[in-house]
Design a binder for this molecule. Structure first.
Ligand SMILES: C[S@@+](CC[C@H](N)C(=O)[O-])C[C@H]1O[C@@H](n2cnc3c(N)ncnc32)[C@H](O)[C@@H]1O
Length: 325
């Protein structure tokens, strides 16, 4: 199977195909940043394709296939630049009451073995009742607490793991006037706005310092959970579940922190196009690969919205509050 379809424009390249084959067609050391959620089968099955990593028969086989992705990402990434992996602990069975597997830990060890240095982990907070209502996990029901609290679980965090590729980074990611946009749920104190884009000494840039304190935190409890791209129309008639797109706040932060405008941001598991959308909206070039046709088509619609400067979310509402207002 080579690439089945593609949509290429100045700001992006979207490929319908297996990410391993798409990556094999990309040259060495040209990608400046990659960001993605790996399709782990214990959580969802996205399609019936045998190339879909979520269809691996067991954990060991998944990790074996995933190793090729991590290795290829290393080859196509510029020395000293980053990859960011969005993941969570995964249950050892589907009952929702059993043990957990340290998937993030296994991802870290895999990256270290393939030439990446583990350098940061952000935990993304999730509200327990919202998780219970979305997943119907038995171990999050209040009734479980009442009946036998040894069976209770927690609404586990999502994690964003950040790795640096081996080698010396030839082009720093500089922010000469600090950070000027905040992607998150908190209200920026109004008295800080005069410092936005501050040209003077950066030690005085209180606007950027405020954003930096949110972004440098190991604990991101200010991610807007519903700020995701439209995805419902991408559902096939035989799908049991929707893809759950990655929150744009998470992607915006990592793209801003770890790449320069004009650089290339890649995602091997594009889904409905969130990582490419964010990259394009922030003035980078986005490249993505996706196996499932209906997600690929939705990704085109979403990324075209970014090119046209439209800010869309799942409800097609304006995505961001105007922070400057
Ligand atoms: C967790 S979802 C990604 C969602 C994405 N972050 C978004 O916001 O829409 C993982 C995606 O990987 C895709 N996928 C699975 N195996 C693949 C492969 N070998 N090549 C390309 N895409 C694949 C699935 O179809 C699914 O859309």
């Amino acid at each position: 199977m080579a690439v089945i379809d593609q949509r290429v424009a100045d700001q992006y390249a979207l490929y319908h195909g297996d990410c391993i084959e798409v990556m094999q067609s990309l040259p060495d050391e040209r990608v400046h940043l990659s960001v993605y959620s790996p399709p782990f089968g214990g959580l969802y099955h996205y399609s019936s394709s045998e190339r879909d990593l979520s269809n691996c028969p067991d954990y060991a086989t998944f990790m074996e296939h995933y190793r090729f992705v991590v290795r290829e990402l290393h080859r196509i990434t510029m020395p000293g630049r980053m990859t960011a992996v969005h993941c969570m602990d995964v249950p050892t069975s589907n009952s929702g009451c059993d043990g957990l597997r340290d998937f993030p830990g296994d991802i870290i060890r895999l990256h270290e073995a393939e030439g990446w240095e583990y350098c940061a982990r952000h935990a993304i907070w999730k509200e327990p009742l919202a998780v219970r209502l979305r997943t119907m996990q038995k171990n999050l029901a209040h009734a479980t607490l009442v009946a036998d609290s040894t069976k209770c679980g927690v609404a586990g965090a999502d994690y964003l793991l950040v790795f640096r590729r081996s080698g010396e980074n030839p082009v720093p990611v500089a922010h000469p006037t600090g950070l000027t946009e905040y992607a998150g749920d908190r209200a920026i104190p109004p008295e800080l706005f005069p410092f936005r884009g501050w040209q003077g000494k950066q030690t005085e840039n209180r606007f950027s310092h405020w954003i930096w304190r949110q972004y440098a935190s190991c604990f991101w409890d200010d991610i807007r959970v519903d700020h995701v791209l439209p995805y419902r129309e991408a559902r096939d008639s035989d799908d049991e579940k929707h893809v759950h797109p990655l929150q744009l706040d998470v992607i915006d932060r990592i793209v801003t922190l770890r790449s320069n405008p004009g650089e290339v941001v890649f995602t091997p598991f594009m889904g409905v196009g969130s990582e490419v959308y964010s990259a394009v909206a922030l003035g980078r070039k986005g490249i993505g690969a996706e196996l499932k046709a209906s997600y690929f088509r939705q990704a085109i619609r979403n990324v075209e919205a970014a090119v046209a400067g439209r800010k869309v979310n799942a409800e097609n509402h304006e995505l961001f509050r105007d922070q400057a207002a």
